[in-house]
Write a protein that binds this ligand. Structure first.
Ligand SMILES: CC(C)(COP(=O)(O)OP(=O)(O)OC[C@H]1O[C@@H](n2cnc3c(N)ncnc32)[C@H](O)[C@@H]1OP(=O)(O)O)[C@@H](O)C(=O)NCCC(=O)NCCSC(=O)C[C@H](O)C(=O)O
Ligand SMILES: [Mg+2]
Length: 294
């Protein structure tokens, strides 16, 4: 049986200075919450935001959700202090923005060296430079805390001077190659935010698109996006039924020594069995997470 990854269908951003949003996050069914110190916080309020994020993490109450703090970049006046403070907190991960080179990951890893071993390093992939160095950046996963990438299409489109549009056409090759680089090095990977938070039809289409590209989940900016995102990234009933049929078929004595069999009129190989086991395990992890949340 393949060890299932942690469900990370939905990761909700909120500005650290928004006390109402932080309180609400404790009640929302997001798999992760990301308390932002970076772009959603004005320079004048960076110190206040850091203190508020640390206080929220210390207070707890987030249940089984992963709690992540997005720091400012290490090339800003606030980044080093952010990382030092997060290293002493009980956050599950620090999210470092605008990582463009392997050196950025190494510098953050060194800055976090005194933190508990469990603290993960997540990084934003949101520049042309990062896209050109995906393999070099991801290759640091085994030797650093790096465990997950978040794609940032707002910054990426700005850097490219692209106009993504509803179908994100100019970005599609980059999304695919980023997923490949993450998978090649065992990283989890989350899709970008969708800015149009009042248009849930657009959001659903974008979440489905990300799912088809192979992302583990999507980052969000508004509570209304959480449930549709969880729905898009949960195993669909038909996929789960197919996975269970494949597992059952390979379990039959007559199929024990076979690499390829037919299931419900379709070919299934051992690679499909592996995929089916991963899907069923993920469905169980999601059910456990949802049961624990009540
Ligand atoms: C986008 C918003 C500024 C909209 O805020 P608002 O107009 O207040 O929304 P609502 O009135 O609809 O809010 C309804 C209630 O929900 C709470 N709320 C709103 N947003 C959040 C949230 N993110 N988390 C938790 N709770 C939230 C409101 O407080 C209302 O509560 P109540 O009054 O009790 O009913 C706002 O949604 C927002 O600030 N969103 C997050 C912005 C953010 O964090 N941005 C940074 C991440 S985006 C990014 O990183 C891009 C990336 O880097 C890239 O390059 O692509
Ligand atoms: Mg960004």
């Amino acid at each position: 049986m393949i060890a299932p990854d942690r469900p990370r269908r939905s990761a909700l951003f909120m500005p650290a200075i928004n006390a109402k949003a932080l309180a609400k996050a404790r009640t929302l069914p997001a798999d992760a919450i990301i308390i932002d110190l970076e772009d959603s916080v004005a320079p004048e309020r960076k110190a206040e935001a850091r203190a508020a994020a640390l206080a929220a993490v210390a207070e707890g109450g987030f249940g089984g959700r992963e709690v992540v703090i997005r720091a400012n970049g290490l090339d800003t006046p606030w980044g080093a202090d952010d990382l030092a403070a997060i290293a002493r907190s009980r956050a599950d991960a620090v999210l470092l923005p605008k990582v463009s080179r392997p050196e950025d990951v190494r510098a953050a890893d060194i800055a976090l060296s005194a933190a508990p071993a469990a603290l993960q390093l997540w990084t934003m992939i949101e520049s042309c430079g990062a896209m050109l160095r995906l393999d070099q950046i991801a290759a640091l996963a085994p030797t650093t805390r790096l465990s997950l990438w978040v794609i940032g299409t707002n910054d990426l489109a700005k850097d490219m001077r692209a106009q993504p549009g509803a179908d994100r056409l100019p970005l599609q090759p980059l999304l695919a190659v980023a997923v490949c680089a993450a998978r090649a090095h065992g990283l989890a990977i989350l899709d970008s935010v969708c800015n149009e938070f009042r248009d849930l039809d657009l959001f659903r289409a974008e979440a489905q698109q990300g799912r088809r590209f192979g992302f583990d989940g999507k980052t969000l900016i508004h509570p209304a996006q959480v449930e549709p995102c969880n729905a898009a990234y949960s195993p669909a009933p038909a996929d789960l039924a197919w996975a269970e049929a494949v597992i059952a078929a390979f379990g039959l004595p007559e199929n024990k020594a076979k690499g390829a069999i037919q299931v419900e009129g379709k070919m299934a190989e051992l690679l499909h069995l592996e995929d089916a086991e991963r899907l069923v395990a993920m469905a169980k992890r999601i059910a456990q997470l949802e049961a624990a949340a009540g």
